[in-house]
Ligand binder design. Structure first.
Ligand code: SF4
Length: 416
């Protein structure tokens, strides 16, 4: 089970899987956890608890809980979940190696594969390779638990990242996604890194803190053909007073000017965002300023969430005074505006030709031969194609219709 962000860094290598299957001979189930929102934490905790009965009946089943639940301040996971064999916090992949070394002599039969029933979209079969360039965060936004569970910022050296990219099978992966809690504060310079990457057709990066989005990064995206015109820039709120209480370090107007600058240098750039509704003390009028800025900016997509208290954060000392019912009403209203704005943004693409990375067969049939891929702006496009060998290829598609979360189109001049 995966309830985790794209920056979850534990990626067992083939070598490690080899040890699990052939030497340990046990079923090792990984449960990836996220504690950024209470809802995600509760789901992960409920799932881990639910495995207790299964584990007592199956001696070959070993459980490894990974991610931010393991390092959440005030949570003693070993007491809460005594049936779990291994806890691996963020950036602690060595824990898995240690476990495998210690248990190397165990000899139990192999009998089933890993349950992987839900993913967050970080699906390697999308033909996109995810590469973490930095861990942790120094920003301490008042509502956010990430700096407490993932620690202070650490940037991987450029050479190490470039070496990892060199190992990528360029026939399988046409796109890489550079990840970090705030890639704009990558110690060795994100623009510098982008300029040094070669041999990959498309590069994206995420997440960008608006305050740290420099001209140098925008100029690098504008100048480098292999870097996609895509910016995930969480705004979080449309009201300056709330932004200040969130400790975001910018005003709504500064955010607007940043987006204007990006769009003036990179016309057609896709801008996506995150917003939180129901932050402590949020009035109806302040909430409306969030709706207003979503419309005014015209986000291509925007994740919406109702505020939930994260113990230990600065905001947890503020009264959580927006009633749940009001939070939910505001959340629904924000989602409606986001959907409408996304539809309008997508309609602007009708008639244009978009470069699509074909990543899957379309699950909802346009026809039996439908394929699915993503534009450089990360929008999903479905189109008909007779040739299944287009999977993993870059193709040109003319957009013929648009909904909020999907575009439809027709293949033009084949693959690149
Ligand atoms: S920038 Fe703020 S919201 Fe993002 S991870 Fe860091 S503290 Fe959390």
């Amino acid at each position: 089970m995966i309830v985790a962000c794209a920056a979850t860094t534990l990626k067992p290598t083939d070598e490690i899987w080899g040890v699990v299957y052939h030497r340990l001979k046990v079923v090792l189930e990984f449960i990836y956890t996220c504690v950024v929102r209470k809802h995600a934490e509760d789901r992960a905790a409920g799932y881990i608890s639910s495995l207790k009965g299964l584990k007592s009946k199956n001696l070959n089943l070993k459980l490894a809980v990974c991610g931010c639940l393991v390092t959440e301040p005030g949570v003693k996971v070993s007491s809460l979940f005594p049936h779990v064999d291994l806890f691996i916090g963020p950036n602690q992949p060595e824990k898995l190696k240690e476990y495998l070394l210690v248990n190397r002599s165990t000899s139990l039969p192999v009998n089933q594969s890993i349950n992987n029933d839900r993913q967050t979209g970080r699906q390697e079969d999308r033909r996109t390779k995810y590469i973490t360039i930095m861990h942790g965060c120094d920003n301490f936004c008042s509502y956010c638990i990430v700096p407490y569970v993932r620690g202070r910022e650490y940037s991987r050296p450029v050479d190490e990242i470039l070496n990892e990219i060199k190992q990528i099978d360029a026939n399988r992966y046409k796109e890489i996604f550079l990840l970090g809690q705030n890639v704009n504060s990558y110690k060795y310079g994100l623009a510098n890194l982008l300029r040094q990457i070669s041999g990959i057709k498309r590069i994206r990066f995420m997440t960008s803190h608006p305050r740290d989005m420099s001209d140098e990064i925008i100029d690098a995206v504008a100048a480098l053909p292999h870097v996609c015109e895509y910016f995930h820039l969480p705004i979080q709120h449309g009201n300056d007073e709330i932004l200040q209480r969130m400790n975001r370090g910018y005003t709504a107007d500064q955010y607007r000017k940043l987006v204007d600058k990006i769009r003036s240098k990179i016309p057609g750039a896709a801008i996506t965002s995150d917003v939180i509704v129901g932050f402590p003390g949020e009035t109806e009028e302040q909430f409306r300023s969030t709706l207003y800025i979503i419309e005014q900016i015209g986000f291509d997509a925007c994740n919406t969430a109702a505020y939930s208290v994260r113990p230990g954060t600065a905001a947890s000392r503020l009264p959580d005074d927006v009633p749940q019912k009001v939070k939910q009403e505001r959340l629904q209203a924000a989602m409606r505006v986001v959907e409408e704005v996304a539809r309008k943004q997508n309609e602007k693409l009708i008639g244009t030709i978009q470069e699509i990375l074909v990543d899957q067969s379309a699950s909802q049939p346009v026809s039996q031969s439908a394929l699915r891929g993503r534009t450089r702006g990360n929008k999903i496009v479905k189109f008909r194609a007779d040739k299944r060998d287009l999977l993993g290829k870059l193709v040109n598609v003319r957009i013929t219709s648009a909904q909020s979360w999907v575009l439809k189109g027709e293949l033009t001049n084949g693959k690149f």
